[in-house]
Design a protein around this ligand. Structure first.
Ligand code: G3P
Length: 218
């Protein structure tokens, strides 16, 4: 399973990349707004930190302007992945970029029908939003299950399932059990994934016992 970070905070991305855990980055207009920084500048910096795909989302909602903006974004670096909304125009723009060999991420996916269309448009990634479905009392992980099952029926579908809108560690582990290809994770949740009280307690005891031996490793 690949781990992407869902962030436009360059320092946060640098820190997590330093642990060797990052396979890519996803951003969205809300995360860019939160960073308070220039969009293209941020994407350029992130692309230097991480070798894998960096999703940069178009702002336009019509085909012509999505293509125009996507062309500009794809020139920032070769690992820019053009993020497009899962609409008819977004699908058309996805087909345009996939024909050109540019990576694409179809976002705001809330149904398996949309995911089938994403695969047919040749998307590199489709992003189903689990957290936002949970928020409206629909089991987000059941959508991941459904999409993975459908894609598994059609080996010609090459689109990777990128689980987005992740809110807790269970979203990650359950997506991994289902066999999703990628999880895009907020930094806070990635840190929650490593933390376990028994690890902390065990480490505390080992450190105490080691100190009592008076030895040093050198
Ligand atoms: O980048 C898309 C997605 O991960 C957004 O998450 O928490 O705003 O629903 P959230």
């Amino acid at each position: 399973m690949k781990f992407f970070i869902d962030s436009a905070d360059v320092n946060e991305i640098k820190e997590l990349a330093s642990y060797g855990l990052l396979d890519g980055v996803t951003t969205n207009p809300s995360l860019i707004a939160k960073s308070g920084r220039d969009f293209k500048e941020v994407i350029a910096e992130i692309c230097q930190i991480v070798e894998g795909p960096v999703s940069a989302e178009v702002a336009a909602t019509d085909y012509e302007n999505m293509v125009r903006e996507g062309e500009i974004l794809s020139q920032i670096a070769k690992n820019v992945c053009i993020k497009l909304p899962l609409t008819l125009d977004g699908l058309k723009a996805c087909k345009y970029f996939s024909n050109k060999g540019v990576q694409t991420n179809l976002t705001l996916c809330f149904s398996s029908g949309q995911a089938i269309l994403a695969a047919k448009a040749g998307a590199t990634f489709v992003s189903p939003f689990v957290g936002r479905l949970d928020d409206i009392d629909f089991d987000g992980l059941s959508l991941i299950e459904e999409i993975c099952e459908i894609y598994g029926n059609y080996p010609e579908f090459r689109t990777e399932v990128l689980v987005a809108s992740i809110r807790n560690p269970l979203h990650i582990t359950q997506s991994a059990r289902i066999g999703a290809d990628v999880a895009t994770i907020p930094a806070k949740v990635l840190k929650q994934l490593v933390s376990h009280p028994l690890t902390d307690r065990g480490l505390e005891n080992f450190s105490k016992d080691w100190a009592a031996t008076g030895q040093k490793i050198n």
